[in-house]
Design a binder for this molecule. Structure first.
Ligand SMILES: [Zn+2]
Ligand SMILES: [Zn+2]
Length: 350
């Protein structure tokens, strides 16, 4: 009950990604079979390929920003039809029973959500393989509808970078007129700026590099705050209603805590690693909060995609061929991409 397809993956933590064959389950009654046209490249792909989080299972076939067309649906599938434009993000299964799943927060499934790659494959055994491949079979509950009016290439990163930044903006109810800071201008930060702008906030890009100011404004930032400039940081003290922190590594927290208004929250979405110690007084004096957020549930991801359709929002991307993926990884590590690579999967099929 399996078919063999073409993919690109890494045999171990030191290996380059290379062509390989993998197996997909045949389309079951609750499944949607998708012919993959584009797949975004997320920094988590690199962490998993290189076993940075010490939990990688090999071979690793990364990719959790999948766009494609439906080629087949199982008999229990009513929401999707052949040829629909669809997406698959970071999850492909969850228990569907626990309190998190029942509240549309599958990313926090108490039994553990199944990652699109490097997750435990509940159908075939072994582990899951992601979107650096020609096709995927996914349970209907984890398939998303992509609005036909937006560019499908640019839509790919919405499935991870998009929902990662959208979900906290919604959970903390960012609204028109709020002063919102977005720290870091990369794959996540550039989406944070676009969404906060579209929600009507006054958006301030907070960055270490003055040369990013022009780009940040083009993306929708109203102001740019250079975090190395002590005077500017002082001028913005205690003024932010909300801060979205996309810095991907451990960093000093105190300067950013100082920017928050009384009762305001800074949400971390980037650094999955130890942070530098910070002073409790910074939080206590102002009842300030630091929180975290992980992607978003399926219902909320669909809401984000529909919003993108209405507001014509996609990611800024650079399209690459599959064979160029190893070079692309080096460029991501050097922060040399505006702002997301997307693989044209036709380059793997041919
Ligand atoms: Zn990702
Ligand atoms: Zn669950």
């Amino acid at each position: 009950m399996k078919t063999t397809i073409k993919a690109y993956g890494a045999a171990d933590s030191k290996a380059d990604l290379k062509p390989m064959d993998i197996e997909r389950r045949t389309c079951g009654d609750d499944d949607v079979k998708i012919d993959i046209t584009y797949c975004g490249v997320c920094h988590s792909d690199i962490h998993t390929v290189r076993n940075d989080w010490k939990n990688s299972k090999y071979p690793v076939v990364p990719g959790h920003e999948i766009i494609g067309r439906v080629t087949k649906v199982g008999k229990n599938v009513t929401k999707f039809r052949k040829d629909d434009l669809v997406g698959v993000g970071c999850m492909v299964d969850s228990c569907q029973q626990c309190s998190a799943c029942k509240e549309d927060l599958e990313q926090f499934c108490e039994k553990g959500m199944v990652g699109t790659y490097n997750g435990r494959d509940v159908h075939l055994g072994g582990h899951t393989f992601g979107g650096y491949s020609t096709a995927v079979v996914v349970n209907k509950e984890f398939v998303l509808r992509i609005p036909e009016n937006i560019d499908p290439k640019g839509a790919a990163p919405l499935l991870c970078a998009g929902i990662t930044t959208w979900s906290p903006l919604r959970a903390w109810k960012v609204k028109k007129g709020d002063k919102v800071g977005v720290i870091g201008l990369g794959g996540l930060g550039h989406m944070g700026v676009k969404f906060a702008n579209a929600l009507g906030a006054h958006v301030v890009m907070i960055t270490t590099s003055p040369d990013k100011a022009k780009d940040a404004k083009a993306l929708g930032a109203h102001e740019v705050l250079i975090s190395k400039n002590a005077e500017d940081m002082k001028a913005h003290r205690n003024s932010f209603d909300f801060i979205l922190n996309t810095i991907p590594v451990g960093h000093e927290m105190d300067p950013y805590i100082g920017l928050l208004k009384r009762d305001a929250t800074m949400v971390l979405v980037g650094a999955v690693e130890p942070l530098k110690p910070f002073h409790g007084g910074g939080l206590i004096g102002g009842r300030k909060r630091i929180a975290g957020s992980l992607i978003g549930g399926i219902k909320e991801t669909q809401e984000m995609l529909d919003f993108c359709g209405e507001h014509n929002i996609v990611s800024d991307i650079e399209v690459i061929d599959m064979k160029d993926i190893n070079d692309a990884y080096e460029r991501i590590i050097d922060a040399d991409v505006k702002y997301r690579f997307v693989i044209d999967m036709a380059s793997l099929k041919n």
